[in-house]
Design a protein around this ligand. Sequence first.
Ligand SMILES: Nc1ncnc2c1ncn2[C@@H]1O[C@H](COP(=O)(O)OP(=O)(O)OP(=O)(O)O)[C@@H](O)[C@H]1O
Length: 901
Amino acid sequence: MAGLSIEDIGSEQAYVSALYDRLDELRRRTTTRLRGVLRQHESLPRARFERDAASADCAATLARIRAAENGLCFGRLDFDDGERRYIGRLGIFDEAADYEPLLIDWRTPAARPFYAATGAVRLGVRRRRHIATRRRDVTGLEDDVFETGSRAPGAAPGSTPAELVGEPALFATLNAARTGRMSDIVATIQTEQDRIIRSDHRGVLVVQGGPGTGKTAVALHRAAYLLYTHRDRLARSGVLVVGPHQAFLRYIENVLPSLGETSVVSATVEVLYPGVTVRRAEEPAVAELKGRAGLADVIAAAVRDRQRLPVGQTFEIHTEERLLLLERSTCARARALARESGELHNDARAIFVRAVIDALARQVADGYAAETITAQVLEADPAAFDLLAPAGSGGTSLLDDDDLAQLRQELRADPAVQAALAELWPILSPDQLVAELYADPGTLAAAAPRLTAAERRLLHRPLAEDDPDPDDDWLRELRAATAPTAAGDTGAGVGAAGETAGADAPAPDGARPRPRPMGGWTAADIPLLDEAAELLGDDDQAARAAALRERVARVAYAQGVLDILSRDIEDDPEIMMATDLIDATRLADRHEDADLRTVAERALADRTWTFGHVVVDEAQELSEMAWRMVMRRCPTRSMTIVGDVAQTSDPAGTTSWERVLAPYPAVGAPARRETLTVNYRTPAEIMAVAADVLATLRPPQQPPRSVREVGERPWRLRVDAADLGAQVGQAVLAELARLAPGPVGSPTAGGSGGGRLAVLVPAGRIAELTAAVRAVVPTAESGPGAALTATVVVLGVREAKGLEFDTVLIADPDTLLTESARGAHDLYVALTRSTRTLGVLHTADVPPMLARLSPADAPRTRPAPPGDASAAAPGPTTDSDPAAGTAPASTSPTASSAPGT
Ligand SMILES: Nc1ncnc2c1ncn2[C@@H]1O[C@H](COP(=O)(O)OP(=O)(O)OP(=O)(O)O)[C@@H](O)[C@H]1O
């Protein structure tokens, strides 16, 4: 690093200030344009469309300008040939000088050397300058100066891994207290990360990396990069980010907006199936079973099983007028015809129904013919009665085409015929198919012959009875809104199900609450429901209900407008009122606008939406069935999959990327695999402990290399089992007192805004240990809905996945290890959530894999390197300190704050 003068800062300040002036000017111009666009009152659809597109464009530009306000310019490159480039969050050009770039967007190829230049590969760069700013003020400059043939600053001789780019800026970020929200890393992206972010690979890109290697950061920056590079394509189809749980999505929610990207859809797998809310957790063994790819065959078999034939040779249909006999062979022919059509179950039903109705109509027509002939013959010769054979098939000629059509119509509408058809080939919703499959052991046995009886018992679950599901509110609304009114019309005029389909669809007011298993759906059920939806075809009741709701609201609004217009003149019959000219329904229609929902809103409401690019984070957690669901959302296979097979908690998750991808042939480019090797989060002292846990996992994995030490030993404390809650509370208080924005042991310790503390506990003890922590910190948050910005949170390991905290306390590691088949993976995840401090409270002998932890009564910090005044100041890891995490005790002012000693 070259030392820099006040003059250097002054001249950079002038440049940066000029950039902000330009930014302000751009904001003013865009705001003025937006105002102008919004003032336009277009009546023609095309003009309206253009107006809406222009206003969306202005809004997006304003969002980008807003996002660029902090850290607008963060770098400068000086090239050998004298060229100078400033790098920042967006591009700014000098219009007066032939659009000369004043600031280069970090995503352009021209900005790449800022991240990619190393001592070995300089890319023509002579100097790379990192510009630190606070608000609009330049607060610091750091230069990497490359001489020809020079090594990158900070690289040890002979070391190949991880030449760090912009170390001071990087370490300032990594050492800062956490806020509970992830930030972008645009100013400090490292070379191995940059390669992945800008990869031009068009197929599936799998990024494997240990904890803290920046997989999430890289995946999100790659999304921003792709949106910038392929904006036209991706803005229309959208980019989907799949995360493991809602708290994680909240944790990352600021990153893309801070990069100026607002059109990305973030969702858990569950959310990708609209209309169903997960209401309970699944037993691990059941989750594992439901996650197996083989369940797709079970669902397919269950669908075929609902396309039935009469049990006997004939099926009797007792209508009010007559007895109809439906032959098994007729049904078999109709079923074959419907199946051969290749249509989905609900769509193919029309073919089945048509064939059966045709057969029944023929039968009735034959009956008419027989009756007519019989009547005529008997009239002429009553003695012939015994000689008459049943009427032949030629009798249909007695009915003309119109008669036959009428007859078919009558048969379709006949309740007895409808009931028979519903039994033979019912219209099915995914909920009904899956819930009834779980509920009926016979159906389950028929659909899942390859599962053992014990496995089928795991799947069995009775139907929920008399237990209203809030998800069915829309159904009740639909029923209410489509119920005939006093005036005899049908509500707001949206057709009820079945109005055109005749017998093919039951009317919604006949609909019962949607079937579901007792206790409701689990996350493991969602991919099965999605699979069923794929095979059944769209049941659009939810979409129609949403459209209906919108229309009812629009009509109500229009009615309100008319009421206001008419209010004062209501009693004067001479005056023509607005209501004489138009009614609320037509007024609402007139103002019906184009679909103004964002891509994200439309995509999340539509199960069949396909995205231009899909990012899957913590991808190791997805089951094989969940992968089928996600892959359907991205037929082009333009995907970034990031995860760590050593961190898999889910019993149905994966420990092999090859296995995940095997069922999905490449579309275009074959899948590519990248690896991230440097851990930016977990200090070397903690990673040494985590590596011991990692060594126990199968298959074996390489631990990532921590980029820094914090000079603080992770500790352990043995406590009485009965006293665990109280001891955890005490440890929280002691660690809170140490939590501070400054270096460990800084006098600013006190915990106010100085970072975040998480207590990670076995899933079965969350309630009990939350109560213990709340006894000392009443504001502690807990569970899946926990506000991550709270200073103290109590979480299970699953809920902490992907997150990080300044201080982590792990309570009861023994139970963590044994409560799940993947206990060691969970412990590994828990250990690697900390950015600085780690404490473990155990109730039995310390588990051997945690033996490296220091007893809590040993001093906390390591001795300062010779000549280093700041005893525990954090800094980069050096290869010369192999004993990280096990260094001998030293005296330290902070040692006394170790809890419970
Ligand atoms: N280049 C970088 N500059 C600054 N901070 C970085 C950089 N790369 C990663 N980080 C930070 O390191 C931390 C870990 O990153 P991230 O959460 O993306 O890792 P991960 O690999 O997804 O971890 P895990 O697998 O444990 O969930 C975050 O605070 C992130 O902001």
